[in-house]
Design a protein around this ligand. Structure first.
Ligand code: AMP
Length: 361
């Protein structure tokens, strides 16, 4: 069977690394010339509005999936005329606009930070009066890794920060004094079967994910699973889905969801019985889902900007190195390293060693 992937980045590459042992073939579709996902199969280099190329792509594969939520919905809709897409365009459409996404959460009784739509300086003023400071202004579409958002700490910063935004199609959110950021990742099959991974506890630097650790038996897990299950069912979803949340005391506030395999689930490659990548493929190909249980404690450290020296990483016990074969560039995710341990003392020590050898951000 052949899987078509819209987007040819590292997530496509890792889907291929999981699927090739299962006998799967891959075609990636990406407008860029040199994509690291091309290592797993054929690369169709064409624009997302090249309807003929999209049709040829869809006709050459058994199922289409996407690895990136900014793929235009129209491209997925076009592909769906010729081939099944999983997840489908519905899940993609809802997440491409933060206002729509937050309203979807509200309709499912999933709490979010308090938010208001902002399309003008006067609406920003109303938002500031309602939410207070600090507040976060985010572009409704196209943002990722903290791009397209600014934090306004007090009234005196408003004009300067406002000038850094596109001044329309924004949402203002209360700044959440969270205890921690967590994500829950699960897979749902066509028959509605679901599996869930351990909660991941995540740390961001400059809006970019830096560290994720799995938290076996976390007390918040059942609440998180319940929220993800509501989304799964509402969307009639097939594949892997990730929900990122802020935890404030014992309560989860949804920040955003990603209709795809997710960076906070990379630990599952080395740390779970069945990785998120394998389970995504199993789900979209209507195969039985695999056991998501973790095999112990893990920390995943993203390599941002440049890779550390591989030998130094592998000198840390039970560390596993993943390079995406991407050119170094500030702010770019070029690889990750996962380290495992059977107890938290060893894990913390190994994490400290790994962080000490990462190139400076
Ligand atoms: P996002 O692009 O929404 O995923 O935001 C990137 C990061 O910015 C998040 O992971 C948080 O660390 C931080 N952030 C986003 N929204 C808020 C908020 N409303 N309150 C506090 N921190 C936030």
């Amino acid at each position: 069977m052949t899987v078509g992937i819209l987007g040819g980045g590292q997530l496509a590459r890792m889907l291929g690394l999981a699927g090739i042992p299962m006998g799967l073939r891959f075609i990636v579709f990406d407008p860029a010339p040199d994509v690291c996902g091309a290592a797993i199969g054929r690369h169709i280099q064409a624009q997302y509005d090249d309807w003929d190329a999209l049709r040829a792509f869809a006709e050459a594969v058994d199922v289409v999936t996407y690895e990136f939520e900014n793929v235009p919905v129209a491209a997925v809709a076009h592909v769906e005329k010729y081939c099944r897409a999983s997840p489908d365009k519905v899940a993609l459409h809802a997440t491409q606009d933060r206002l729509r996404e937050n309203r979807l959460f509200q309709s499912l009784d999933i709490a979010t930070p308090t938010f208001l739509s902002v399309d003008s300086a006067s609406e920003l003023q109303v938002a500031a009066e309602t939410l207070g400071y600090p507040l976060v202004l985010k572009s409704r579409s196209g943002g990722y890794d903290g791009k397209g958002q600014v934090v306004i700490r007090d009234q005196s910063e408003t004009d300067e920060r406002w000038s850094e935004t596109q001044q329309r199609d924004l949402i203002a959110e209360e700044f959440v004094p969270f205890d921690r950021e967590v994500s829950i990742i699960g897979a749902r099959g066509k028959d509605g079967d679901m599996v869930f991974y351990d909660i991941a506890e995540n740390t961001h630097t400059d809006g970019i994910l830096r560290i994720s650790r799995n938290c076996p038996d976390d007390p918040i897990r059942s609440q998180a699973e319940e929220l993800l299950a509501r989304l799964f069912d509402k969307l009639g979803y097939v594949g892997v889905l990730a929900l990122e949340c802020f935890q404030v005391e014992g309560r989860l506030l949804a920040n955003e969801y990603a209709p795809r395999v997710h960076n906070t689930g990379h630990w599952t490659i080395d740390g779970a019985i069945t990785s998120q990548f394998e389970n995504h493929l199993r789900a979209i190909l209507d195969m039985p889902l695999g056991d998501p249980a973790s095999t112990g404690l893990c920390v995943m450290v993203n390599c941002i900007g440049d890779l550390p020296e591989v030998e130094s990483c592998l000198a840390v016990p039970d560390a596993h190195f993943h390079s995406y074969d991407k050119a170094p560039r500030p702010g770019r995710k070029v690889g990750h390293v996962t380290v495992r341990a059977t107890n938290s003392r060893d894990l913390e020590e190994r994490e400290r060693r790994l962080l000490a050898i990462q190139p400076k951000l």
